[in-house]
Design a protein around this ligand. Structure first.
Ligand SMILES: Cc1cc2nc3c(=O)[nH]c(=O)nc-3n(C[C@H](O)[C@H](O)[C@H](O)COP(=O)(O)OP(=O)(O)OC[C@H]3O[C@@H](n4cnc5c(N)ncnc54)[C@H](O)[C@@H]3O)c2cc1C
Length: 461
């Protein structure tokens, strides 16, 4: 332990709270997409807010920067330390559920709690915490808050920003921001907790959050509908929202190429349509009603919309299989080969025009790219990914595809990240394409809360 920070931390923290062994650090240094290889002095694993304060103060004294890390499942490299002079602060041991109030519909959890465990704790009190992502088994609350995670039920319940009532965070000067309110209504000026949500670890270390809970859901109805084009998907979405109201939990779009690679790489996940249709919509309803009631409401929608030939899940295992078809698309893409990924935000009604324009522009300018288009259509969030045939010129193709798709996205009133964030991956593009006043305000907020740049330099701002 040569660095003086490590020597000091060794005196401040319990023995197992400081990790420097190369093999233990290795998985913490590689980002989820295996595109960034980081470096660090070590990993600190505090068990309490007081220990986080001590770590932050020690890092300041030694001029070492802090990279907050949760489950390391983020997709934009925000949790990867790229400076040798850095310390990863992991939330793993901050893993207590501090309070659960079923009558008040709130749960307070520490930053290291894994999303699945939070959902299970809520379930144990007959309540629902609705955040649900492909990474629910690994992502931790501090990371979910840090990225303002979205996922599969935003359509109904909103993203993390809408699910958090209060935040506790350790600031760069070692003060604790005690904003762990459980209040639904609190009108007291600037909503400071929102600053930490989506801040990607740049303004402080989130140690705990109070979350909104909802009544437990007792049933689900799921259908996959074959459709001729994105215009038909949009029309069905508009009708579903009007006819179903609150019980509409998810509305996902899946294109033919996504279904084709699913059939190729996951043949055990049954596909209801043959031949593969140009487009499909996955519609999910959930609520406290009996399953039959939800199934009837979904069937009524499909009849009213003229889509009687849709595949309507008859039981829980069929519903799971339809969801699996949607959830395994990223894995199918990995098996298919290199892919250029985009997490685009678009006005919902602009999605069909955008998809057409993007396909046409790609066919002309990057004809080897194979669009795999899917995503949370009902949230205005498309994962417009591109399969690319080779590794050799992947980076050049990616740069061209990004320029083309981001230009088109902005021209359609959209933005370059809907749920994954900016991180390191999209920093240059955010600086180049976002409103300069917005970027300047973010830098000014960062300079106010973290004047010496202790937290996550090179990420977001
Ligand atoms: C299979 C898969 C599916 C996914 N699906 C979705 C999806 O549907 N929707 C979606 O939005 N994302 C999705 N993601 C991305 C990812 O899971 C989320 O971004 C998640 O919120 C990250 O949580 P984490 O604990 O892994 O955070 P990390 O990756 O460890 O960190 C993410 C960011 O948060 C910061 N951070 C971490 N902990 C703290 C803390 N205590 N205080 C302050 N800042 C902190 C980090 O510095 C970093 O900038 C998916 C990822 C995978 C691998």
């Amino acid at each position: 332990m040569s660095h003086p920070l490590l020597a000091e931390l060794a005196t401040l923290l319990p023995a197992n709270a400081l990790v420097t062994a190369a093999d233990k650090l290795a998985p913490r240094l590689l980002d989820q997409r295996k595109r960034m290889q980081g470096q660090t002095l070590g990993l600190a694993l505090p068990s309490s807010t007081a220990e986080v304060v001590q770590i932050v103060q020690a890092c300041r004294r030694h001029g070492v920067v802090i990279v907050p890390q949760g489950g390391n499942t983020g997709l934009v490299g925000g949790a990867t330390p790229m400076q040798a002079n850095s310390l990863i602060v992991g939330s793993d041991k901050l893993n207590r559920i501090r309070a659960l109030d079923p009558a008040g519909y709130t749960l307070t959890a520490e930053a290291g709690c894994i999303l699945d465990d939070i959902r299970t704790a809520a379930e144990s009190a007959d309540r629902l915490f609705p955040l649900w992502l492909g990474s629910s088994g690994s992502a931790r609350l501090g990371g979910l808050v840090g990225t303002n995670a979205g996922g599969l039920q935003v359509q109904r319940y909103g993203n993390t920003r809408e699910l958090v009532l209060g935040i506790e965070a350790v600031l760069a000067d070692g003060r604790i921001y005690q904003g762990l309110h459980t209040l639904r209504k609190r009108n007291a000026g600037y909503d400071l907790k929102q600053l930490f949500i989506g801040a990607e670890g740049t303004l402080g270390f989130v140690t705990a959050a109070t979350l909104r809970l909802f009544p437990a859901e007792r049933s689900e109805a799921v259908a996959l509908v074959a459709l001729p084009d994105p215009e038909a998907v949009l029309a069905l979405f508009a009708q579903a929202k009007a006819q179903l109201g609150e019980v509409l939990t998810a509305f996902e779009m899946i294109d033919a190429e996504a279904l084709r690679i699913m059939a190729k790489h996951f043949p055990s996940i049954a596909q209801p349509f043959s031949p593969i249709p140009p487009c499909a919509a996955l519609i999910a309803l959930s609520g406290g009603e009996a399953e039959q009631v939800l199934n009837e409401r979904l069937a009524e929608l499909l009849i009213a919309a003229g889509h009687e030939d849709a595949a309507l899940a008859q039981d829980g295992s069929q519903a799971k299989a339809l969801w699996a078809l949607r959830e395994h698309i990223p894995a199918a893409q990995t098996r298919e080969g290199p892919s250029i990924k985009h997490d685009l935000a678009l006005p919902i009604s602009a999605i069909p025009a955008f998809v057409r324009a993007a396909r046409a522009a790609l066919a002309e300018q990057l004809p080897e790219a194979r669009p795999v288009v899917f995503g949370h259509m009902g949230d205005g969030n498309l994962h417009f990914n591109l399969g690319w045939p080779r590794r050799e010129d992947f980076e050049q193709a990616e740069a061209r595809a990004n320029a083309l798709l981001f230009d088109l996205t902005l021209a359609h009133g959209g933005d370059l990240s809907a749920e994954h964030g900016i991180g390191r991956l999209r920093l240059a593009e955010a600086d180049a394409r976002h409103d300069p006043v917005e970027r300047a305000l973010m830098r000014e907020i960062k300079a106010t809360l973290d004047p010496d740049g202790v937290f996550n330099p090179g990420v977001l701002v």
